[in-house]
Design a protein around this ligand. Structure first.
Ligand code: 13P
Ligand code: 13P
Ligand code: MG
Ligand code: MG
Length: 373
């Protein structure tokens, strides 16, 4: 059976501040999804959230970039924005950058990750939703899942995994993309994706199976809007098992809470903490950044699940390390590298400050002394 999985997300208002989505917004989205299943537009749906970002996880037969599916998501986000406005929630409609929908969500604010697939006999999929970070935050875990044999044992011992994967990487600054294959181009790949602010993994394909294994959302909200409107909190979908990494290999990279950009005001480095759904409510310094993992068995288009995969006790130590790192970094206050470098800051008073201080700068003393001689 051919089916498309569409994971579409937007921050349409925070409850309270930027910490959560209000239950009434979730209810409105569930009701809209129910109607869309009833009319046959979509096969199945699950509504979720991470922090203040609402996510629609949908299956349908219309393919990726479908105007009907993107239009449905846009309508749902308009409806949840209306709830947010009625309740006076924070940043109502934050991610909706345009008043009119023009056939596709590209460049309109919401983020989306979509996979067109031929459903396998058993199709386990993990949908990851993150808050207080950016799409490049997935570079590190994806590299480890699909190319690091110390993480994914299957890369060594399963012939289908052994053939490697092809990574499509976007260059967000130059608006271009490249495909690199592992294992042979592993070092070249790492050179790029080690800079997640600029280079972002968009899609990964299995070389042996010729199928898409993972897709991420890659909209850069701040660049689109040309001003700060919130970090583009990302989502991704990863297929598992039978020649792809096992569910446990997909989750393993998150045992290390790696540092990502985002957190308070989108302007701080902090650990990405894997949490169960109930704990995906970033509040300390609006963080630390969170990620949830929702496991589904996709069957005849139906989303059997979710299983709340990071609720597992096996991630307790990762959370403890994340909190330890959070304490350590927070004590640095406004100093880099906790506060992001000037080129990465989402908000900045720097231009205004430099203008105000301009008349008060004098030549470096040493230079002045040399000039006086
Ligand atoms: P598959 O190769 O069938 O995915 O099995 C691997 C596995 O489940 C290891 O945990
Ligand atoms: P969001 O991007 O999740 O809306 O958070 C913005 C922010 O400024 C948090 O401090
Ligand atoms: Mg917000
Ligand atoms: Mg958010």
């Amino acid at each position: 059976m051919r089916i498309t999985l569409s994971v579409i997300k937007a921050d349409t208002g925070g409850f309270v501040g930027h910490t959560d989505v209000h239950p009434e917004m979730i209810d409105v989205a569930i009701e809209r999804m129910r109607v869309a299943i009833g009319t046959g537009l979509i096969v199945d749906a699950h509504v979720s959230r991470c922090g203040d970002d609402l996510a629609l996880i949908m299956t349908h037969g219309l393919g990726a970039d479908s105007p009907a599916i993107h239009g449905l998501a846009w309508e749902v986000f308009q409806a949840t924005t209306a709830v947010a406005k009625r309740l006076g929630l924070y940043g109502a409609g934050q991610d909706l950058l345009s008043d009119a929908f023009s056939g596709n969500l590209r460049g309109m604010g919401p983020g989306y990750a979509e996979i067109d697939l031929e459903e396998r006999v058993s199709e386990p999929i993990v949908v990851f939703l993150a808050d207080k970070t950016e799409p490049g935050a997935f570079n590190y875990p994806l590299a480890r899942m699909f190319a690091d044999p110390f993480t994914t044992a299957g890369l060594v011992i399963d012939p289908k995994l052994h053939a490697g994967f092809t990574f499509e990487v976007l260059d967000l600054r130059e608006h271009r993309s490249i495909r690199l294959s592992t294992p042979e181009e592993w070092y070249d790949l790492l050179m790029l994706i080690g800079s997640p602010h600029r280079f972002v993994i968009k899609e990964i394909r299995s070389r042996a199976l010729g199928i898409v294994a993972a897709a991420t959302s890659t909209t850069r909200l701040s660049l689109i809007a040309g001003r700060y409107v919130g970090k583009d909190d990302p989502v991704m979908a990863v297929r598992c098992q039978s020649g792809l990494p096992a569910v446990g290999e997909i989750l393993e990279p998150f045992a290390l809470p790696h540092l990502v950009s985002g957190w308070m005001r989108g302007s701080h480095a902090g650990p990405l903490m894997p949490v169960g759904y109930a704990d995906a409510t970033p509040s300390r310094f609006d963080g630390p950044p969170r990620i949830v993992a929702l496991g589904f068995q996709l069957h005849e288009g139906r989303l059997i699940g979710p299983r709340d995969l990071f609720a597992d006790k096996g991630f307790d130590r990762s959370r403890a390390v994340a909190l330890e790192l959070a304490d350590h970094l927070r004590r640095m206050g406004p100093f880099e590298p906790h506060r992001l470098g000037l080129d990465e800051l989402e908000y900045t008073t720097m231009p205004e400050l430099m203008k105000r201080l301009e008349p008060r700068w004098s030549a470096e003393r040493e230079k002045a002394e040399v000039a006086a001689r």
